[in-house]
Design a protein around this ligand. Structure first.
Ligand SMILES: NC(=O)c1ccc[n+]([C@@H]2O[C@H](COP(=O)([O-])OP(=O)(O)OC[C@H]3O[C@@H](n4cnc5c(N)ncnc54)[C@H](OP(=O)(O)O)[C@@H]3O)[C@@H](O)[C@H]2O)c1
Length: 316
């Protein structure tokens, strides 16, 4: 099961970089398809890893690159829609094209990244609804050997979520927070990557969907307050009532660069908590936020920054 030839879509993103590094070091040969090869040259230093500029939405391009592969991994996903990319195109139509391209060139094995509580029947957001549609397309492909992953929010030193809130907390004494009671069970990116690796090497995972969660559940407010604590900052996190949370989502959603939209608000209406944590079934002990993130943020506290500036000014 080692030394497989794999084609990874979304291999340049946060999860993708961890997964591709892990699989390359494990001895697999990997093709990473990306829209922007010039931005991700560092991936090419990994053993037996090729970065390929490709339009992954073109079925012929997919088939061309899938040919000769033992398995395909699809990690492509977005949190915000822009005129150039819709949830439907990325989460629902692309998985359909991936399935067809696998069939066209005889690739049997497919690992698919969905999201916790993705639901093609109930949504409630377009993100979760279209993720559910994509999941349905791949799991209904009975002629393929599919494994599906449904993580809660994923954390790691280079993540978007924790680092985005860390940046907000650095620049505001008071942080107005929508949906403060929404619950998450953040899962470590290394554990998510390991789950994919285990699945690739174990046929018992074929036909399974795994929810992936960390060991502890936090409310959104607790989680943001913890980030402030890890940064050594005294900040006031104020939970917004529902009407103001909707308004905040509407107003921020109008900005050209999206940080929080009405669709994100709707996703937060469902607790991102596992009913059955697939990490255990895969033999993986989940890492806690407390074992990873304080070390990462320790180098970024105010005091450390002053120390750094003092050193830079040669004052100590
Ligand atoms: N991070 C989380 O907390 C979390 C939680 C649950 C589920 N997930 C799912 O896990 C997957 C990976 O998440 P991530 O955090 O690693 O995301 P990410 O860092 O934003 O990376 C997204 C990847 O998808 C590709 N991509 C983005 N938009 C695309 C488009 N319109 N067409 C084609 N490719 C596109 C990007 O490739 P190029 O730009 O190189 O082409 C990139 O490699 C996603 O499916 C996401 O929904 C993530």
């Amino acid at each position: 099961m080692k030394n497989q030839t794999l084609c990874v879509l979304g291999g340049t993103g946060f999860v993708g970089r961890h997964l591709v590094t892990r699989l390359a070091n494990r001895g697999h040969r990997i093709k990473v398809l990306t829209r922007y090869p010039q931005r991700h040259r560092e991936i090419e230093v990994l053993p037996d890893t090729t970065l390929i500029g490709a339009d992954v939405h073109d079925p012929t391009v997919l088939a061309e690159h899938f040919a000769g592969c033992d398995a395909v991994v699809n990690l492509v996903g977005i949190l915000h829609e822009y005129p150039s990319q819709s949830f439907r195109t990325v989460h629902a139509e692309l998985p359909g094209k991936v399935v067809e391209a696998c069939r066209a060139v005889g690739v049997k094995r497919l690992l698919h990244m969905s999201a916790l509580h993705a639901d093609a029947a109930k949504g409630p957001s377009q993100y979760l609804f279209t993720k559910g549609e994509g999941e349905r397309v791949v799991t209904q492909a009975q002629d393929l050997a599919v494994t599906c992953f449904k993580p809660s929010i994923i954390f790691g030193p280079d993540d978007n979520f924790y680092n985005q809130f860390a940046n907000m907390l650095r620049f505001s004494l008071v942080l107005p927070l929508a949906c403060p009671n929404a619950r998450f069970a953040p899962v470590y990116v290394g554990d998510v990557a390991q789950a994919f690796e285990v699945a690739l090497e174990n046929d018992a995972t074929i036909g399974q969907s795994y929810e992936l969660c960390g060991p502890r559940v936090y409310t959104f407010k607790e989680l943001v307050e913890d980030i402030a604590r890890m940064l050594g900052l005294k900040r006031l996190v104020v939970g917004l009532p529902d009407s103001l949370a909707r308004l905040q989502a509407k107003v921020l959603g109008l900005l050209p660069v999206k940080v929080f939209t009405t669709d994100n608000y709707l996703s937060l209406q469902v607790d991102s908590v596992c009913s059955c944590n697939g990490l255990e079934a895969l033999g993986i002990t989940p890492c806690s936020v407390e074992s990873i993130m304080p070390t990462h943020f320790a180098g970024k506290t105010q005091r450390r920054r002053y120390d750094h500036l003092r050193r830079a000014a040669r004052r100590d």
